[in-house]
Design a protein around this ligand. Structure first.
Ligand SMILES: Cc1cc2nc3c(=O)[nH]c(=O)nc-3n(C[C@H](O)[C@H](O)[C@H](O)COP(=O)(O)OP(=O)(O)OC[C@H]3O[C@@H](n4cnc5c(N)ncnc54)[C@H](O)[C@@H]3O)c2cc1C
Length: 407
């Protein structure tokens, strides 16, 4: 399949970049990943994996490794954080698996990243280059050159920007300025499960929805750890990434929430803080021999818990398109964005809407609560089907093989 003997270059070794490297290697392409950090690793926080992520794991042959590291909750529960009342409980046990074919998983980011990385390390086709920031690239028509922070210039068949929210590659390919600061702030922490108040130590993903705030907690590592994410509205922060949170402000924002929420928040002294950003959806994020994926292509608020899932879907789709295009990068990148943009745009826009609904007050809160109380699990499954069914993941992965009559 490979017409161009040069490797495909990837800027960024987060979940999206590493997953793309693995997917391309599984399709027989040589890849080199440049990561600006000194090590390939993820931050210490949890991540939710919808069944759509498991389509990706199956395609890449890593389902078992992910399953061993993940926790599998019995239910997704939404509580009202003022009254402490349960609003809805969606079972994600056997009936959910029967409906979607795959489970709902909860995993430590470092564990997911490690599974992807380990699979990459086992492949002779993947070169991992840490401490290398991509500064600039040139599309020379039949190949690209990438200039690194070390001043080294590397040649590749094409460049994939998996360099996240503040993507350098996107700036060159799309050039639409800075991301949109949402005014929502996330504080994250992980604690030992035995430190969590016993009433909250449930095998469930629990969201406490409140006015301009919410708290999410769920177990990780087969229940040994507990992940917490507390979100509130604040116009105090313009932009920034990965700094320590102000505990006094957190407690002030959650004043008025029920004792269970306050009790959970008091368990943590040191929170990491994120200023949450997204962008308007776009449909063109490829130009010539360069494209972007994951947060570089369609950064989204985390309210659907799908940013990393979308990045991994992108990776598998892109590798499938490259195989189907017989290695012609320019065509493959256009096919890939065409296959992906409507789905990712829908997730970006729905995530904003979910944020508003979660953080509602007054009549909107009452309406939300009435809707969620009345909703049956079957109806909830149908509401999620557009997102979780993800048959297209398998289809795009197999497109090349299908075109070649190998299926
Ligand atoms: C609070 C919160 C909760 C979330 N929860 C979930 C969830 O439950 N489920 C889910 O699916 N998603 C979730 N997400 C979203 C998810 O974290 C992101 O969408 C995902 O990590 C994006 O992966 P990425 O590889 O595209 O980008 P990133 O993770 O940002 O990785 C980019 C990588 O590129 C590197 N880099 C940047 N610039 C350069 C350069 N010029 N040269 C070389 N390297 C570079 C960076 O160092 C980094 O390693 C959540 C996000 C937040 C903030």
């Amino acid at each position: 399949m490979e017409k161009n003997h040069l490797p495909i270059l990837i800027a960024g070794g987060g979940i999206g970049g590493i997953c793309a490297a693995l997917a391309l290697a599984r399709k027989g392409r040589r890849v080199q990943v440049f990561e600006q950090a000194a090590e390939f690793k993820e931050i210490g926080a949890g991540i939710q994996l919808g069944p759509n992520a498991f389509h990706v794991f199956r395609a890449l042959g890593i389902t078992e490794a992910v399953t061993q590291a993940a926790a599998f909750p019995e239910a997704l529960i939404v509580m009202d954080s003022l009254s402490g009342d349960e609003l809805t409980r969606i079972p994600v046990g056997p009936e959910f698996r029967a409906r979607f074919g795959y489970p709902y998983g909860l995993i430590h980011r470092a564990d997911l990243h490690a599974v992807l990385l380990e699979a990459c390390r086992k492949s002779p086709l993947v070169t991992l280059s840490p401490s290398q920031q991509v500064r600039h690239f040139d599309d020379l028509g039949d190949r690209v050159t990438v200039t690194l922070s070390s001043a080294e210039v590397v040649e590749g068949a094409a460049l994939i920007g998996a360099d996240g929210l503040w993507s350098t590659v996107r700036a060159a390919v799309v050039g639409d300025g800075k991301p949109r600061v949402s005014g929502h702030i996330a504080y994250r922490a992980v604690m030992g499960a035995n430190e969590a108040p016993p009433a909250n130590r449930r095998n469930a993903m629990i969201i406490w929805a409140g006015p301009k705030t919410h708290l999410v907690h769920y177990p990780l590592r087969r229940g040994e750890l507990f992940n917490l994410v507390a979100v509130f509205h604040s116009n105090r922060y313009e932009e920034g990434w990965d700094t320590y949170g102000d505990v006094d402000e957190l407690h002030q924002r959650f004043a008025g929430t029920c004792t269970e929420v306050q009790g959970m928040l008091r368990k943590i002294d040191a929170w990491r803080m994120w200023v949450l950003c997204d962008r308007e959806p776009i449909k063109d994020w490829s130009k010539g021999r360069a494209t972007v994926l994951g947060d570089a292509a369609h950064p989204m608020l985390q309210y659907l818990a799908q940013g990393a899932c979308m990045a991994m879907e992108d990776a598998v789709c892109l590798a499938g398109c490259l195989e189907a295009a017989d290695g012609e990068c320019e065509k493959a990148f256009l096919d890939y964005q065409q296959a992906r943009y409507l789905r990712t745009a829908r997730v970006q826009l729905t995530a904003r809407l979910y944020g508003e609904v979660l953080h509602a007050s007054g009549a909107t809160r009452d309406l939300r609560n009435a809707y969620l109380r009345a909703r049956t699990p079957e109806r909830a499954y149908e509401d999620m089907a557009w997102l979780y069914d993800a048959q297209n993941v398998g289809d795009s992965w197999n497109a090349g093989a299908a075109a070649a009559g190998r299926m």
